[in-house]
Ligand binder design. Structure first.
Ligand code: NCD
Length: 311
């Protein structure tokens, strides 16, 4: 067993690994794909999407991104795979690499599951993290940055509030890091029990009524019930009134300010239902951008793999 992480494996697993120039280059490339740039493969390239947690947006948009790049997508269903016979994640990846898969996109409930894959002898496969437990969610984060960049033309001085279940949200974790790196001012809100003092290094906690008038972006998060030990006392209506973006609060936002949400939305909980498709909301645009940013991410890791498959 090799103890040190292998840096030679092409992977995009955490926003921590990306510098500002790389983030900007990925957004720029995603814009090109959005405006019609196409790639030509010189040989077949196989991709497999391993989703051990439920997903609608991330899974389908990775698959569409792969197909738009000309990749062949291998069907993988964890329930029907040998994982149910006790095979480890590493051995599953080893198998897929051996049969010719060159890109693995993985979502898993275990925080930093990818360490196990990067510490082993290097797998001849590129790896993208599509969400690890409460850890990170780089593709969501990059599509969020793309959407903010398209809307405001940059990040310097922009005030962005991340609101809700911060402690359990991989979207929040990835976004607070990169927003600060890009020069935005980050604010947090939501139940204090779901706030961790380590977030202080990235931004400032304020009650929602104090920040709603100040910020350019209200980024609302779903309550991560599946990551809570006991949710039996959770009251949706009370949460909405105390911490949610109600219609009354939204009416106090700055004229150009936007609402974002990674989805899935629990309407009437973190966000009033009528706001989901309101003119302020970027929810649909975020999902659209998700395909293009994932195309850029896939291209980048595949080029790192020096496959020769990309023209
Ligand atoms: C997020 C996730 O899975 O972390 N959803 C997504 O990928 N668009 C957010 C969530 O589940 O609340």
């Amino acid at each position: 067993m090799i103890a040190e992480p292998l840096t030679c494996q092409p992977a995009l697993v955490s926003m921590r690994d990306l510098d500002v120039r790389t983030v900007e280059a990925l957004i720029h490339r995603a814009e090109e794909f959005k405006h019609g740039t196409e790639l030509e493969l010189t040989e077949p390239v196989y991709a497999a999407n391993l989703f051990f947690e439920n997903s609608t947006r991330t899974h389908t948009s990775f698959e569409i991104a792969e197909r738009r790049l000309g990749l062949s997508v291998v069907d993988f269903n964890p329930q029907a795979s040998s994982v149910s016979k006790g095979e480890t994640l590493y051995d599953t990846c080893l198998t897929l690499a051996a049969v010719g898969v060159r890109l693995l996109v993985i979502r898993h409930s275990q925080d930093a599951y990818y360490q196990e894959l990067l510490h082993q002898p290097a797998l001849p496969v590129a790896l993208i993290n599509a969400g690890d437990g409460s850890g990170e969610h780089p593709s969501q984060s990059l599509l969020d940055m793309m959407t903010i960049s398209e809307t405001f033309g940059g990040f310097a001085g922009l005030k962005v509030a991340i609101v809700g279940d911060l402690n359990h949200s991989r979207v929040a974790r990835s976004n607070m890091e990169v927003l600060q790196k890009l020069g935005a001012q980050v604010y947090f809100s939501g139940p204090e029990a779901w706030y961790d003092n380590q977030f202080d290094q990235f931004g400032q906690y304020l009650p929602i009524d104090e920040l709603v008038e100040q910020v350019d972006v209200m980024m609302m998060l779903r309550v991560q019930h599946e990551r809570h030990n006991d949710d039996s006392t959770f009251d949706q209506a009370a949460y909405h009134q105390q911490y949610g973006l109600t219609l009354a609060r939204a009416a106090r936002m700055k004229p150009e300010a936007i609402i974002m949400h990674p989805g899935p939305i629990n309407r009437g909980v973190e966000l009033a239902s009528d706001l989901v498709e309101s003119p302020r909301s970027k929810f649909v645009e975020q999902m659209r951008n998700g395909v293009f940013i994932r195309m850029a991410m896939i291209e980048s890791v595949l080029r790192g793999n020096r496959l020769g498959g990309l023209a």
